[in-house]
Design a protein around this ligand. Structure first.
Ligand SMILES: Cc1cc2nc3c(=O)[nH]c(=O)nc-3n(C[C@H](O)[C@H](O)[C@H](O)COP(=O)(O)OP(=O)(O)OC[C@H]3O[C@@H](n4cnc5c(N)ncnc54)[C@H](O)[C@@H]3O)c2cc1C
Length: 486
């Protein structure tokens, strides 16, 4: 099928205004939130904006018949290149499927379309006493479909768990255009956990067209504490001790001095400019519980050298403290024309050693590195500051990133805590997985998508799933393990 015929057929499905195909329209979709240089860019043949599951299924069936790759896209805030069409094809942008179909107060669930914005779901259900707990810092923009595909985390996932813990069921369009439901209202359905397999699958197994999500009751009381420390090491020690004491705060976040320098003059969150690091610790529960746990946390912080522990109980104060944390990335432009952040996880006990190694890498590379953490989870986001206009800066940044990842893996860490692998980290997968592990994962991919047309090129190092350029190496692996057919 030629391009013009394809566009016509897509218009028949989505209507005149539901298909973008001019170069200037397509250019916008060449990127996600990742950094050019660290993730690939790629121009799709067309972008479709369906409004119903039936339209999504029709687009997929058309693409399936024509052998064209299909990539789902939410708000494009992903940081690992997941929504970029490196191999061309059709983008299915789900942003017009943005209805909250039903809220069930009794069962505390919501049935939503994938384009619903994360924060808007909690805003809609808040007055009914419930919220959607996974809260990525991008929650004002990112979609539930994107959250499901990346198994996103956020500050409150320390206590409440990441996205996978909040998804009961999914309506999914499979790579051949069939529409299926996985999971359901009751938990613990027998058989394979297909919902579990789909969450975090980076849009490579199916396109989510509806999600049945769990809602969490609003807590009775919330306390946010700001603890300032002379350095990042003492803040890391306090983090470890809080968790070791058996306390599970709702959120436990850390920012170093560079983050404070970026954020405070812009957002006036109230962070002390001279602190080496600050911890934001949120506790929720009954009023009594919150007060008692808050005192325990304050004592641990002081024991670890905190120079100040401030308490915010009023909503306005709490929001101000949180705004600072949530705007760290946006504020980095005050310090540097470009930044690139990695998302890795280490066992919490390894945080102090990891922070020390990041400081060494910063010194060796000559690039400042700011640190913002979901500290309670051991999830780090080192932000490397660079200027892409300066010759050599991008290369030094990429090299520094590689060193950070290698160190995290060497202390038992994981490649990504929440941003996914995409194209950004696919070549690092062999650092943590053997060829056998990857072949087993490719087996799952091929069971859903034997043609390899859903979001191709993501997650696997080149050569591990079927596809033109990868066929030889992948076939050798497949033959060796006899796991999947071609
Ligand atoms: C400032 C900033 C802060 C961030 N903070 C966090 C954070 O705290 N925690 C965190 O986890 N992430 C964070 N992120 C990363 C990003 O916001 C999340 O990964 C988010 O879930 C992506 O959602 P999206 O709608 O933008 O998806 P996109 O970027 O559009 O897509 C991401 C992936 O999901 C797939 N996808 C999208 N919709 C569907 C669907 N309906 N069905 C199947 N696959 C689909 C795409 O193919 C792609 O692989 C942050 C990003 C930014 C820019």
């Amino acid at each position: 099928m030629d391009r013009a015929a394809l566009i016509d057929k897509l218009r028949d499905i989505c209507g005149e205004g539901g298909v973008f195909h001019t170069p200037s329209d397509l250019m916008v979709y060449e990127y996600d939130g990742g950094v050019d240089g660290a993730v690939e860019t790629g121009r799709p043949v067309a972008v479709t904006l369906p409004t119903t599951t039936e339209q999504v299924a029709a687009i997929v069936k058309l693409a399936h018949a024509a052998g064209i790759p299909v990539t789902a896209r939410g708000a494009g805030t992903g940081l690992s290149g997941g929504a970029i069409t490196e191999e061309g094809g059709i983008i299915v942008a789900l942003t017009r499927m943005d209805r909250i179909v039903e809220v069930d107060r009794e069962d505390r669930t919501a049935l939503v379309e994938p384009g619903v914005i994360n924060l808007e779901l909690s805003e809609a259900t808040g007055p009914q006493g419930m919220f959607f707990a996974p809260d990525p810092s991008s929650q004002k923009a990112c979609t539930i479909g994107g959250n499901v595909a990346e198994n996103s985390g956020g500050p409150h996932c320390l206590k409440y768990g990441v996205t996978t813990n909040h998804i009961l069921g999914l309506e999914v369009v499979l790579p051949d255009g069939r529409v299926v439901w996985t999971g359901g209202r009751a938990s613990g359905a027998p058989g394979y956990d297909l919902t579990g397999a789909l969450v975090g699958s980076e849009g490579m197994l199916g396109i989510v067209t509806k999600a049945l999500v769990k809602l969490t009751p609003n807590p009775e009381a919330i306390l946010v504490q700001l603890a300032a420390f002379p350095d990042i090491d003492s803040a890391s020690q306090a983090t470890s001790k809080i968790i070791a004491a058996g306390i599970i705060p709702a959120a436990l976040e850390m920012m170093d001095n560079l983050c404070i320098q970026a954020v405070e003059p812009q957002y006036h969150a109230g962070y002390p400019m001279d602190a080496g690091a600050v911890l934001l610790v949120e506790t929720d529960g009954s009023a009594e519980e919150v007060r008692a746990v808050g005192e325990e946390i304050a004592a641990i912080c002081r024991e670890c050298g905190a120079t100040e522990v401030r308490i915010a109980t009023e909503q306005g104060e709490r929001d101000r403290l949180w705004k600072g944390r949530k705007m760290v990335l946006a504020a980095m432009g005050r310090l540097s024309p470009n930044y690139y952040l990695h998302d890795t996880v280490v066992p919490r006990s390894q945080l102090p050693a990891t922070v020390a190694r990041v400081a060494e890498i910063s010194a060796d590379s000559g690039l400042p590195i700011a640190n913002v953490f979901h500290a309670g989870d051991g999830n780090l986001h080192p932000l490397m500051l660079f200027d892409r206009r300066k010759p050599g800066d991008t290369e030094r940044m990429l090299e520094a990133g590689k060193e950070i990842i290698k160190f995290c893996v060497s202390v038992g860490g994981a490649l990504s805590g929440e941003h996914g692998i995409g194209t950004e980290k696919r070549d690092y997968m062999t650092l943590v997985y053997t060829a056998e592990d990857l072949a087993a994962m490719a087996g799952l991919k091929n069971a859903f998508d034997p043609g390899g047309r859903f979001n191709p090129g993501k997650l696997f190092p080149k050569g591990y799933v079927c596809g033109e350029v990868r066929a030889l190496r992948a076939q050798a692996i497949a033959q060796k393990h006899g796991i999947y057919a071609w």
